[in-house]
Every structure is written in structure tokens, then in C-alpha cells.
Design a protein around this ligand. Structure first.
Ligand code: MN
Length: 307
């Protein structure tokens, strides 16, 4: 193709990122983080109510990029919750430690002197898949972050699914997964004190809310786009399969989010706010730092029953 031909192409229509043509934005700044997922959004002040035009574009960026990041957002608890409610209804979680006495906020906190083991899931996972309606998204803000390290990595599970062969897609399309959070407290209590996770001490969820069966491939309720929804966290077995039979397929699928071409990373700074889609991304905190405090606080928005 000649140089002239390239210039005369309407360039905005050809930008494909996160597996789809990138939408146009006129009211906010949107800078993709990688070709796979994630974007930095600028020109928004989350302390105030958002105008209709800005909100529409923030939602569009969230849907397209699956994780959006805004810097320098010094939010009060009430401002954090007010922004979160644009995404849906806030929910408590049975297992995650709460923040500042707020039953509908959680924290991920590792003090400078603490070992990595206080934080759960330093491998790729989706949060709380044992719930009948697992979280749609999280709105997370950094209070303290290490100077270097402590990023959170994300992997686009639409892309992971789309690259599977037709035979594998067909097999997975029939599979359902039993996820259970029933035994995390008893398992944790058996660990040595210095190896125990920080878990919420009490909650009002009934036992039948701590175990669910979900499809291995889930679809976006509006667009129908499909994504892999299999993760080792809380995984018991594929429905109708023994834990032993389930293991080798699980191990194979658990490897998918590790592929670099599906990923982006968020570098935290104090007052960085992100919103990530917990349905179609997997995520993982990276504990490549020592002797520094990392304190992230968040709300959780309840999602639909996976379809
Ligand atoms: Mn998590």
C-alpha cells in the first residue's frame, strides 16, 4: 500500500484494540494500555456527579477495554460509593475483609512487615465465582502503593476463548463448573498463623450462597460475546467429572490468562482508581516488592447470573 493510500484511509475506523474496532470518544480522553485490554481515562473528576455525555463514554470505555484507570482521584468513602453506583448495585462479600467499618467496602492490604500470604490469590483468578451472582465489576482505589512493583495484571478472557480451536470451544460450551467457597475458613484455620490469609471474620450469607454451578464459557448478556470462565480459585470440579478427571483440563485452561498477548498491567499510585470487569477478565496482584505498604480499597458491584 502506498503512503498516500494509508493517509486517505479513515484511520479511526481501522483501530482495532481489545479485539474490536475502537469506539470514538469526544468527551473524555481514552488511551489504551495494550492491544489486549485496559485504558487510561482522562478528563474526569470522580468526586462530582458525571454529566450524561461523560458517563456514557466512561461506560463505553469500560465495556470496550474491560478495565479503565483514572489517576489522581482523591475520593471520600461517599464519593467512591456514588461513582460505583453508576455501574450497579453494591454488594457485600462473605470472605473479603471490610474497609473502615463499611460492610459494602473491602480492602486488600499488605503491611510493610507482612508476608505475601496475607493476601489471597496471587495467581490469575476471577473474584467470588462461588456466588449465584458473582461480581460484575470492582471499583478500586489505591491509598498506599509501593514505589516500584505491586502492579495488578489483567487478562482478557474473550480473547483467550476466541483463540481456542472449534473442538475445544464445543467441549467447553457443554461444561459447567462447581465453584465453592464453603471451606475457605476451615482450610485457613488449619494453616500456621503466619501463613493464614486475612479473611472476613463474620458474614450473613447462607450456605447455599457459597456454592454455585456456572457455565465454563459465559456470554455478555447484551452482546452475546463469549469468554472463558474457568479459574482454579474456588474450583471444585466440572459438573459430572471427578476432581481427578477435572484436574488436567483445569490446569490447561488456568494457563490461558498467562499469555502476554491477552494482558495489561496497572501501575498503582496513591489515588489511582480503576474499574474492572470481573466477568470477562481475570486478574492477579503481583507481589514483587518488599518492606512497603500496599493498601487498595474497593466496592463490589453485583453481576447477573452467568449465562
Ligand atoms: Mn482478586
Amino acid at each position: 500500500m502506498s503512503v498516500e493510500a494509508k493517509i486517505t484511509q479513515p484511520s479511526a475506523e481501522r483501530v482495532v484494540v481489545a479485539g474490536r474496532v475502537m469506539p470514538e470518544f469526544h468527551h473524555i480522553g481514552v488511551e489504551p494500555l495494550t492491544g489486549a485490554c485496559g485504558a487510561e481515562v482522562t478528563g474526569v473528576d470522580l468526586r462530582k456527579p458525571l454529566s450524561d455525555e461523560v458517563l456514557r463514554e466512561v461506560m463505553l470505555a469500560f465495556e470496550h477495554f474491560l478495565v479503565i484507570m483514572m489517576r489522581d482521584q482523591d475520593l471520600s468513602i461517599e464519593q467512591h460509593k456514588a461513582f460505583s453506583r453508576y455501574f450497579g448495585e453494591l454488594t457485600e462479600l462473605p470472605q473479603a475483609p471490610t474497609y473502615a467499618g463499611q460492610s459494602d467496602m473491602q480492602e486488600v492490604r499488605r503491611e510493610a512487615h507482612e508476608p505475601v500470604s496475607v493476601v489471597p490469590f496471587t495467581r490469575f483468578h476471577t473474584d467470588s465465582p462461588f456466588l449465584p451472582r458473582p461480581p460484575l465489576c470492582m471499583v478500586m482505589r489505591a491509598i498506599d502503593a509501593p514505589r516500584y512493583g505491586g502492579d495488578t495484571a489483567f487478562a482478557n478472557m474473550y480473547l483467550a476463548y476466541e483463540e481456542l480451536s472449534d473442538g475445544m470451544k464445543e467441549t467447553l460450551g457443554r461444561l459447567r463448573v462447581v465453584y465453592s467457597g464453603k471451606d475457605i475458613w476451615s482450610k485457613n484455620a488449619k494453616l500456621d498463623k503466619d501463613k493464614q490469609l486475612r479473611l472476613r471474620e463474620s458474614h450473613s450469607f447462607s450456605e447455599d450462597h457459597l456454592e454455585s454451578v456456572h457455565p465454563a464459557v459465559r456470554s455478555h448478556p447484551r452482546t452475546g460475546r463469549k469468554a472463558l470462565y474457568v479459574t482454579p480459585a474456588y474450583f471444585k470440579h466440572f459438573e459430572g467429572w471427578s476432581p481427578e478427571d477435572s484436574r488436567s483440563l483445569l490446569d490447561y485452561l488456568a494457563h490461558m490468562p498467562h499469555k502476554l498477548q491477552y494482558q495489561c498491567r496497572i501501575r498503582w499510585k496513591p489515588n489511582t482508581v480503576i474499574v474492572w470487569d470481573n466477568r470477562f477478565l481475570q486478574h492477579c496482584g503481583i507481589h514483587d516488592y518488599e518492606n512497603e505498604r500496599r493498601h487498595l480499597v474497593r466496592t463490589t458491584i453485583i453481576g447477573e447470573r452467568p449465562i
